[in-house]
Every structure is written in structure tokens, then in C-alpha cells.
Design a protein around this ligand. Structure first.
Ligand code: SF4
Ligand code: SF4
Length: 469
């Protein structure tokens, strides 16, 4: 390398940079406030849904059950089969657009309030506080040599973490295997190896992610964290520190007037840093580690109240507002996502309501166009595919229309178990004199035995030789 002339005699400085940075454990401080309450109530509702709905029954089975053995997904009165996979795709697309919409509107609030990783991390942090004490006590405990008290506190914390994780694992598997039977099998050590494996997997995943990895999942592992920033714009509501009002920061007596002292409203107490679950200082500006949890907002509002200053030195606001401009809530991108979300949700509802409990398809045999039997009648062969998506057995009678004198050869009555699929081979025969063309549209009908049972039809073609005039 050629050095500039004025640096020719300077010694070369070689610096070794370690690209591996050891994680600094984050000791969060307890706090109170509106956003904490919002998260607690929201979290309680989510827990109730997750741990509760698995115990609901509907008729003689679990209300929500993804039965992988029979490949049927039961949700209350409805049963979905692999043929309904399109509905699952619709649901995933709706979730994706919902997430895009909420991110453009309010940044990573999904991460801060509803993501299972955050929700369980907050619960695990609460367990930590209960077993090991507040922030300062935990820091002292970690530095102290092992003692009976330290061992007992750490043991209690890990035991509670593991018990919560186990409940998460059993509940999760309970959505795929009837939970009452699963718990009975676990208690009698008769559970299948797969059930035990998946319970173990989800127990360890919860324990590891919420207990040990915590903010590292959000910062390094979560793909959403990586791409969400491209969805932000100047009007997105995120957590901001109002530097114009807060700086220059510095300690002061409670009743001192900052204007007289020539300083800003930030008393530099660092509480906003101590409550942050990702360990960042929001006063350094918006950072990709911020999960918009609002903990620093609550903490700072508490301090502002104590000091007798206005609240919201740290608050949910937009970059535009921080720059002194108007925040445009209704902007084209947000409206676009909203319209797309409404359209897709509407299509999903239409598809769902038009879903029949009986699926019926008539497939013409592609091997031969037609044949002539010994009686001189024209014959076409079909395979009728029937799917019973209802939760009752269905006895169906098959008939055909569209051709005079047509006769079905083969079984015309079939009973389908709930959720079962059947293929019914049939032959149609027609006297040649009734045929007026070479390709006639016909319709198969499948009608239930009972008057209020399902009825459906499927269109097909009947092929025949050219008739001589
Ligand atoms: S909590 Fe508020 S006052 Fe305290 S350091 Fe943070 S911004 Fe400043
Ligand atoms: S900076 Fe504030 S909002 Fe962002 S993660 Fe930390 S505490 Fe939560």
C-alpha cells in the first residue's frame, strides 16, 4: 500500500478486531404503566385461548383437532380435508397481509405484544423476578459464589420455566392428538414415541428460546425482524425519544426548572435502558433491535410524573411528527394493504360459505372414447370421485341426466364414512338411435337418502360415433 507523503514515516498500526461479541446478559427492571397493562391483559387473553380451547369438546370429539392420522382438521362443527388446502393458503395470505398492514401502521407491535417469543419471554422474566428478586438482587446473585440460597433460587426458576414449557409442549401436541387421551397416556407411560418426541421438542424450544436466548431470537434469528424495516415509512408509529425536548440530558433536583438550568427534560436516570428487553438505549434513535414493546415509554412516563414534567418524552409517534410535520395515517401504501386485506378476507369468506360438505367429480375414462356392447349400445366409462366432508356417514344415490334412455351400469348406491373419499367406477349405456351428436353434455347427480341431506352434481361428456343421416 502506498502511503501519502505526509504519513510515510508513521508506524503502521495493525488492529485485531474480534468479530465475535460475547452476549451481555440483560437484567431488566420491573416497571408499571399503561402499555405494560395492555400487554398483560392481551397476553392473558392469548394464554386463555392457547391453553383453553384445546379442552373444548364438540359432540363426541375435541372441538379443535388437527388429526394427522386421518388427515382431517376439525374446528367446531366443520371438518376440513386435504382437498380444502386452498383455505389454509387463503388464511396464511390473510395473516401475511394483516402483518404487513399492522407493520406499516405501527411498526413491530406484533413483536412487542403478541409474538409467542415475546409473550413467553415476559412470563419467564416475571418468574425470574419472583424467584431471584429484582434487577439489582439478580445481578448480585449472579456474581455471588454458589450457596444454598443461590442454588435454591436458581433451581426454583429453572423448575418453573420447565413446568411452563412442558405445559406449552403438551398443549401444542394436544391440538394434534386428543389431549385427554394424551395426558392419560403420559400418566400411564403409554404415550407414543412421536408424541413424547414432539412434547420434548416444544418443551425445550420454549425453555431455550424464552429462558436463555430471549432477545437474540428477535435480533438474530427472526426473519420478520430483518425485513420489517423496509415496510416502515416516515408516518409509521414507532417508539421515539424526543431529543429536542430531552437534550441536553442530566441529573437535577426534583423541583428544579430545567429551563433555568439550561438542560432538557431527560434526567439521565437510564430507567428506559434498564427496562428494555433488548437492552438498547432508545435515546440513540430508532434501532432494528427495538420490538416496540413500549416498556421504555411506561418507565419514562413514570419518571416524568415524579418530576412533574409532561409525559411522552418517549412515545409512540412517527418520524414525521418528530421532524415537526403532520403524521399521515391514511396514506396510499396503508390503504393499499387494507384494500388487499379486505378483498382477500372477502374471498376467503365466500370460499368458506360456498364450501359443500360433499365433493363430487366425474372423470371420463381417457383410455377409450367409447365402445359398442353386444346389444349394439354405445358405452362410456367413468370414475366418480366422492368426498364426504361432513361429520355424519352419508348414503348417496347416483343418477344421471342429459341423455334419453341412458342407463347406469354399476353400483348406484354408496355409503361414505365421515371424512372419507371413494372412487366409484360406472358405465353408461345409450341406444345409438337416441344420440343426436358425437359429444353430449351429461350430468351425474349424488343425492342423499335423507331429505335434508346433501345433494350435488358433476358435469361430464358422453362421446359416441358419428351417426349416419
Ligand atoms: S427514562 Fe426518560 S428521563 Fe430517564 S433516561 Fe430515559 S429518557 Fe431520560
Ligand atoms: S427501546 Fe423501548 S420499545 Fe424498543 S424494545 Fe426497548 S423498551 Fe421496548
Amino acid at each position: 500500500m502506498i502511503k501519502p507523503e505526509n504519513q510515510q514515516n508513521e508506524p503502521e498500526i495493525i488492529e485485531t478486531i474480534n468479530l465475535y461479541e460475547r452476549r451481555e446478559k440483560i437484567y431488566t427492571r420491573a416497571f408499571e404503566g399503561f402499555y405494560r397493562n395492555l400487554r398483560n391483559y392481551g397476553g392473558a387473553l392469548l394464554f386463555l385461548l392457547y391453553f383453553g380451547t384445546v379442552w373444548f369438546t364438540w359432540g363426541d370429539r375435541q372441538a379443535i383437532l388437527w388429526d394427522l392420522g386421518t388427515r382431517q382438521f376439525h374446528i367446531f362443527s366443520e371438518t376440513f380435508l386435504p382437498q380444502d388446502f386452498i383455505l389454509l393458503s387463503w388464511m396464511l395470505i390473510i395473516c401475511a397481509f394483516g402483518l404487513f398492514f399492522i407493520t406499516v401502521l405501527a411498526g413491530r407491535v406484533w413483536c412487542g405484544y403478541t409474538c409467542p417469543q415475546s409473550v413467553f419471554t415476559w412470563v419467564f422474566m416475571w418468574v425470574e423476578k419472583v424467584t431471584e428478586g429484582d434487577r439489582n438482587k439478580r445481578m448480585r446473585l449472579d456474581k455471588a459464589p454458589m450457596s444454598t440460597e443461590k442454588f435454591a433460587r436458581k433451581f426454583a426458576k429453572h423448575l418453573l420455566w420447565l413446568l411452563i414449557s412442558l405445559a406449552v409442549g403438551i398443549t401444542f401436541v394436544g391440538y394434534f392428538t386428543p389431549i385427554r387421551a394424551l395426558i392419560g397416556d403420559l400418566l400411564t407411560i403409554e404415550a407414543s414415541a412421536w408424541a413424547v418426541f414432539w412434547i420434548g421438542f416444544f418443551t425445550l424450544a420454549t425453555y431455550g428460546n424464552a429462558g436463555w436466548l430471549r432477545e437474540q431470537v428477535c435480533i438474530y434469528m427472526c426473519p420478520y425482524a430483518r425485513f420489517q424495516s423496509v415496510m416502515y415509512d416516515k408516518d409509521t408509529l414507532t417508539v421515539h425519544y424526543d431529543a429536542t425536548r430531552g437534550e441536553s440530558r442530566g441529573p437535577r433536583k426534583r423541583n428544579a426548572d430545567p429551563k433555568e438550568l439550561g438542560i432538557g427534560d431527560c434526567i439521565d436516570c437510564n430507567l428506559c435502558v434498564h427496562v428494555c428487553p433488548t437492552g438498547i438505549d432508545i435515546r440513540d434513535g430508532l434501532q432494528y433491535e427495538c420490538i416496540s414493546c413500549g416498556a421504555c415509554v411506561d418507565a419514562c412516563n413514570g419518571i416524568m410524573d415524579k418530576m412533574g414534567y409532561d409525559r411522552e418524552l418517549i412515545t409512540y409517534t412517527s418520524e414525521s411528527a418528530i421532524e415537526g410535520n403532520k403524521t399521515h395515517l391514511f396514506r396510499p401504501r396503508l390503504i393499499g394493504y387494507f384494500i388487499a386485506l379486505c378483498l382477500i378476507t372477502g374471498l376467503f369468506i365466500v370460499t368458506l360459505t360456498q364450501r359443500t360438505v360433499l365433493e363430487f367429480e366425474a372423470l371420463r375414462d381417457r383410455q377409450s372414447l367409447y365402445s359398442t356392447n353386444t346389444a349394439g349400445q354405445i358405452e362410456n366409462i367413468y370414475t366418480l370421485k366422492l368426498v364426504n366432508k361432513s361429520q355424519q356417514p352419508q348414503t348417496l344415490n347416483i343418477s344421471v341426466s342429459g341423455l334419453k334412455g341412458v342407463i347406469i351400469r354399476g353400483d348406484t348406491r354408496i355409503t361414505l364414512d365421515p371424512g372419507s373419499v371413494a372412487s366409484l367406477p360406472v358405465r353408461l349405456t345409450v341406444p345409438p338411435e337416441v344420440l343426436t351428436g358425437t359429444n353430449t353434455t351429461i350430468e351425474f347427480h349424488a343425492n342423499s337418502d335423507s331429505a335434508d341431506g346433501p345433494a350435488t352434481s358433476a358435469e361430464s361428456r358422453f362421446l359416441s360415433p358419428r351417426t349416419t343421416p
